[in-house]
Design a protein around this ligand. Structure first.
Ligand code: C2E
Ligand code: MG
Ligand code: MG
Ligand code: MG
Length: 283
């Protein structure tokens, strides 16, 4: 390589870094305004009872569209929101909006959908988190037993002595707890029997390789067996094919969720698919 090419490469690399830094800064400043500017939305991905094929509930998934940045993935902006200390504003927005929406769905439907909400570690450990959620469900007259909070295993390795009472107060309220992305973190089996967990959610990466990798298949079977043994609901995420669904049903996985059934849907689309079909089903 000539010197000029190397230099050119170096400059290009530098520009890339600058652009990344600029994007991060823009993202951070725009995120502060996202709620006020009405840029956040919540979509709902159906969770299907594997034994009956009927909808059991939905997972709320936040979306952010910003005119300057376009669509930004929650994987990216939730982390930023945690870092800059605005995760509670965003979390509260998602909780309020999804409770409202589920109420609207359930009020004009025979089916009572359950609602799963992702809770980030910082949000969970905020001093008033649980009482705020309970106040909201109470004000809105949403049955706590319909609400599941999804947390990740990473929460548990942090500060178990602090996490334990928070989880217990969630359990005491009637809400359920799900361990999201199960199998990817550091959770030990003892957590499953010692902590008030109701559900484990097998990570998408294992479902991906379910039919192509023997080890993944054994793992999925084992997780389902452990779930049954510990009296936990087992849900599989990222189910994309009929074959995966058939296998999971065969292993007696309780719930399934993924593109094979539905992408995350707007409330309107959810109602169109699951309220009308239900009514015509029963007519
Ligand atoms: P997650 O909770 O594990 O959510 C599952 C992700 O997989 C979602 O991505 C969903 O759209 C996607 N997905 C669902 N089915 C399939 C499938 O069949 N194939 C594939 N390839 N993907 C599928 P999404 O919506 O981009 O969310 C990504 C992550 O961002 C979530 O992972 C969750 O950790 C976080 N997140 C999303 N919404 C919220 C929120 O309101 N609060 C918090 N704290 N985190 C959120
Ligand atoms: Mg989740
Ligand atoms: Mg997940
Ligand atoms: Mg996942």
């Amino acid at each position: 390589k000539s010197k000029s090419q190397q230099k050119g490469h170096f400059l290009f690399f530098n520009d890339t870094i600058n652009t990344q830094v600029q994007r991060d800064l823009l993202l951070e400043s725009e995120l502060h305004l996202a709620i006020a500017n009405n840029e956040l939305d919540v979509l709902y991905q159906p969770q299907i009872n594997a034994a009956t094929g009927l909808i059991y509930g939905v997972e709320a998934l936040v979306r952010w569209y910003n005119p300057k940045l376009g669509h930004v993935s929650p994987v990216e902006f939730i982390q930023v929101a945690e870092d800059v200390g605005i995760i509670n504003d965003i979390g509260n927005f998602v909780i309020k909006k999804s409770l409202q929406d589920i109420l609207q769905f359930n009020n004009c439907s025979n089916t009572q959908l359950h609602l799963s909400i992702n809770i980030s570690p910082k949000q969970l450990m905020e001093p008033d988190f649980v009482s705020n959620v309970i106040n909201l469900t109470h004000e809105m007259a949403v049955d706590n037993r319909l609400v599941t909070l999804e947390i990740t295993e990473n929460v548990l390795i942090n500060d178990l002595a602090k996490v334990q009472p928070v989880l217990q107060s969630i359990r005491d309220s009637g809400m359920k707890l799900s361990l999201d992305d199960f199998g990817t973190g550091y959770s030990s089996l003892s957590y499953l029997s010692n902590l008030p967990i109701d559900e484990i959610k097998i990570d998408r990466s294992f479902i991906d390789k379910l039919l192509t990798n023997d080890q993944s298949e054994s793992l999925v079977k084992t997780i389902i067996a452990i779930g049954q043994f510990c009296d936990l609901t087992v849900i599989a995420e990222g189910v994309e094919t009929k074959e995966q669904y058939d296998h999971l049903r065969h292993y007696r996985c309780d719930l399934v969720q993924g593109y094979y059934f539905d992408r995350p849907l707007s409330l309107t689309a959810l109602m169109a698919s699951y309220q009308t079909s239900r009514i015509s089903h029963e007519a």
